[in-house]
Design a protein around this ligand. Structure first.
Ligand SMILES: Cc1cc2nc3c(=O)[nH]c(=O)nc-3n(C[C@H](O)[C@H](O)[C@H](O)COP(=O)(O)OP(=O)(O)OC[C@H]3O[C@@H](n4cnc5c(N)ncnc54)[C@H](O)[C@@H]3O)c2cc1C
Length: 386
């Protein structure tokens, strides 16, 4: 067994780490206070991300992307995940659903995404359907060469900006279809922009669709393709969430270690008090386990060792374990920092808020366990857990 990264991957890791340290981390407090990076920084950061091979990694070369391996993507996501306030958004690539654009749609939607001009937004969740996506109520009914969309979509990350929203609809009983709905289309409106626990450059608006007519040419990927496109997105993003949680865990450990060496109480360094020292020991152990699991899943996908269903199970394992690990490490770090851990000046406080959503979005921890259980019951255990 060889667990060593290739020289090429090590170089990429260093590049992503430097990018994170020099471009993303310096913007954290600015975004935490103002929900945007400093004046003029946005274009510069995106330009550097593209120039240094950190965007668009998930899109194949034949479509104009970098066609990076899954492991390379995971390594970059991990480094960017060391930053707070979701500044990791500057690496990786757009929603992979955009790869399903047909020739005519590419110029308008995919190509600007490859240039980093937008990342798209993806509207699946509804007031009555989050985990339970079998209960989606938003319909798109054919009328001539148009579809009439009615329904409500919630928590659409980045939905307030960009060119269009990808909307998941029911086109017939048992048939679900995605539409690219341009901003400004009559009948689509933002109903409310709720506030959330952390502060990022994205809002998560609620949308209402009232007799919103879109031309049939706005279908993304074909009639009835929504489910398979969404699953491809979930598989990619769940592994990326796991990777970013590794980065969050790493930064939390770095902050905690430095603080526990610096701070003294009762004549001893903090880490010399067993109650605090063991927080570091447990965190290191769990971070190490999560990293092995996430890297190996990525490596198996690149090596073509697992079929799609097995990859879903393993991406779910990586997501649930790494996100819960990051939340435990964040909680310990806040404790080790004492009162400072509760103060917004410190990265541990921001990561405590940031990592909470990783147990919820792109499938909650409970849904991940449901998927994993399904894999356990249907598959050979020696094969699944090799
Ligand atoms: C910041 C943020 C950004 C988001 N961005 C997007 C986005 O861009 N696009 C989008 O479509 N959605 C987005 N979401 C929505 C997110 O995907 C959902 O919130 C998530 O899938 C959970 O759905 P829900 O909130 O309806 O919870 P529910 O499905 O109502 O679940 C509530 C709780 O019950 C648990 N539960 C439900 N059913 C079961 C069961 N059978 N067994 C055990 N436990 C169960 C869940 O795990 C959860 O803990 C975002 C959410 C947040 C917070």
């Amino acid at each position: 067994m060889d667990f060593e990264l290739t020289d090429e991957l090590k170089l990429l890791q260093q590049t992503a780490r430097r990018f994170t340290d020099e471009e993303l981390i310096p913007q954290e407090l600015q975004v935490d206070e103002h929900s945007r990076v400093s004046e003029g920084a946005h274009e510069r950061i995106f330009e550097r991300s593209c120039r240094e091979g950190l965007w668009p990694m998930n899109v194949p070369r034949e479509l104009g992307g970098l066609g990076s391996s899954v492991l390379a993507q995971v390594i970059v996501q991990e480094q960017a995940g060391r930053s707070t306030n979701h500044l990791w958004d500057y690496v990786g690539g757009p929603y992979n659903a955009l790869m399903r654009c047909n020739q005519a749609q590419r110029k308008k939607y995919l190509d600007p995404a490859l240039r980093g001009e937008w990342t798209a937004s993806y509207a699946v969740t509804e007031p009555g359907a989050g985990s339970d996506t079998g209960n989606l109520q938003t319909t798109a009914v054919k009328r001539g060469d148009q579809y009439i969309i009615n329904g409500e979509k919630w928590f659409v990350t980045g939905g307030e900006k960009g060119i269009a929203v990808i909307v998941h609809t029911v086109t017939a009983p048992g048939e679900e279809t995605l539409f690219l709905v341009d901003h400004g289309t009559p009948g689509m409106r933002i109903k409310r922009i709720p506030r959330f626990m952390n502060r990022t450059q994205d809002e998560h608006p609620e949308f209402v669709f009232e007799d919103c007519a879109v031309h049939e040419s706005q279908i993304l990927g074909g009639l009835g393709e929504a489910d398979s496109i969404s699953k491809a997105w979930f598989r990619e993003e769940r592994l990326h969430i796991a990777a970013r949680c590794l980065g969050a865990g790493q930064r939390l450990m770095e902050e905690m270690k430095a603080w526990c060496e610096e701070r003294e109480t009762f004549g001893r360094k903090l880490y010399e008090h067993q109650g605090i020292g063991w927080l570091l020991a447990d965190s290191a152990t769990e971070l190490y386990a999560a990293r092995l699991m996430t890297y190996k899943t990525a490596w198996e996908e690149d090596a073509g060792m697992s079929d799609i269903k097995e990859l879903h199970t393993k991406a779910s394992m990586a997501k649930v374990y790494a996100s819960e690990m990051a939340n435990r490490v964040a909680d310990r770090a806040v404790q080790a920092f004492g009162g400072r851990g509760y103060c917004c000046d410190y990265a541990v406080e921001r990561l405590f808020r940031d990592t909470r959503v990783d147990r919820i979005w792109e499938g909650t921890s409970e849904m991940m366990r449901t998927i994993i259980l399904n894999g356990v019951m249907k598959r050979d255990l020696d094969e699944l857990l090799r």
